[in-house]
Design a protein around this ligand. Structure first.
Ligand code: FES
Ligand SMILES: [Fe+2]
Length: 364
């Protein structure tokens, strides 16, 4: 008897369309994974801060006198007014409601007339801090106080990235490209994580940047590591001679669930940051970096070429998939998981979909 093993099927459509599942992800997954907040160069001096939203919470990151970047919930511990808006620089954090002031480390420093209160213990009042890690100059936060460190979530990613971007301490954002996509964030992330669709849909990427036959994606903890060789030099659309090792490679490190570091041949760092809006909308932020954030012809050209080709091509794919996921006629199909992996295999989607299920299963 020859028992055939059933192929692994793609996730059911409701995981990508149901607003209730999205709520579960927003309250659960987003609140217990490492999420990108901003770049350390936004907080160069003592007292520099910026506010941002995560999992429905307002937060702000601020640089202390000790040079440490800390993140706090953006809420006063008196009667809950919001503390800061946007970005700026301050000596102390002053609440706009009754002018309680906090040190850059979150401790309450003073408040009008608080000395009149018997038993008021200033040392017992402190802003609520959020786990923060600066990972190669990128600020990540995790609302879960017990979360494992990024090095545990994404083993080896930091050292590998350092070997691909040896000048990371000098890099600053040069431009951000904002890409709204009418699809669930997971559709966009899945599309990013396989190259089974590349040869057919990304002619520029597949002929001018990488060598598709060498493409592979492998999990490293909760990181998906993409590796490939770059195309032959004559086919490259720009000069990759950076003087650094690994200049002839393309590699990316997708950090589950919504961020990816990507290094193009020539050691060009760029990033993807997905911001999930609702069940059917996501905004992808493409970040491009240069030394000191200064104008750089190659980086501008790469950003423009990428926006006009790969990004544009992917928007059409993911938006069509989102429409299809709502079709009554869709039955989730088998994933093409090739045991030898490689460019025409969807083993990375299998890993991703396991993480996607695991993220919501306790609450469903
Ligand atoms: S709420 Fe902030 S000082 Fe009163
Ligand atoms: Fe793509």
């Amino acid at each position: 008897m020859n028992e055939m093993q059933e192929p692994i099927r793609s996730l059911e459509a409701r995981y990508y369309t149901d607003p209730m599942i999205f709520e579960v992800e927003r309250k659960g997954l987003l609140a217990r994974t490492w999420q990108f907040a901003g770049h350390a160069s936004q907080l160069e001096n003592t007292g520099d801060y910026f506010a941002f939203e995560l999992a429905g919470e307002s937060l702000f990151s601020i640089k202390g006198r000790d040079g440490e970047i800390r993140t706090f919930y953006n809420v006063c511990q008196h009667r809950a007014h919001q503390l800061v808006e946007g970005a700026g620089t301050t000596r102390v954090v002053v609440c706009p409601y009754h002018a309680w002031t906090y040190e850059l480390t979150g401790e309450l420093r003073a408040g009008p007339n608080i000395k009149a209160v018997t038993g008021f213990d200033k040392s017992k009042v402190c802003l609520t801090e959020v786990r923060t890690e600066v990972f190669l100059g990128f600020i990540f936060v995790n609302l879960d106080n017990d979360a494992k460190s990024m090095d545990e979530w994404f083993p080896n990613a930091r050292t590998e990235l350092e070997s691909f971007v040896p000048n990371w301490t000098e890099l600053k954002p040069l431009e951000w490209v904002e890409i709204p996509e009418s699809c669930n964030w997971k559709v966009s992330v899945e599309n990013y994580s396989e190259c089974y669709h590349c040869t057919l849909n990304h002619p520029t990427f597949a002929t001018g940047v990488i060598k598709p036959e060498t493409y592979d994606v492998q999990p490293q903890g909760y990181c998906l590591r993409h590796t490939t060789e770059s195309n032959t030099l004559e086919n490259m659309s720009y000069d990759i001679n950076s003087g650094f090792a690994n200049n002839d490679k393309y590699s990316s490190w997708f950090l589950w669930p919504m961020f990816s570091f990507q290094v193009y041949p020539g050691n060009l760092l760029n990033t993807y940051h997905w911001r999930a809006i609702d069940a059917a909308n996501v905004v992808v932020w493409r970040g491009w970096y240069s030394i000191g954030g200064e104008d750089n012809e190659t980086v501008h050209r790469m950003a423009a070429q990428d926006r006009a080709t790969t990004v544009e091509e992917d928007i059409r794919l993911v938006e069509s998939v989102q429409r299809g996921l709502k079709s009554r006629g869709y039955v989730p199909g088998p994933l093409v998981v090739d045991p030898s992996c490689g460019v025409n295999s969807e083993h990375s989607i299998m890993h991703l979909q396991r993480w996607m299920l695991e993220a919501v299963k306790d609450e469903m």
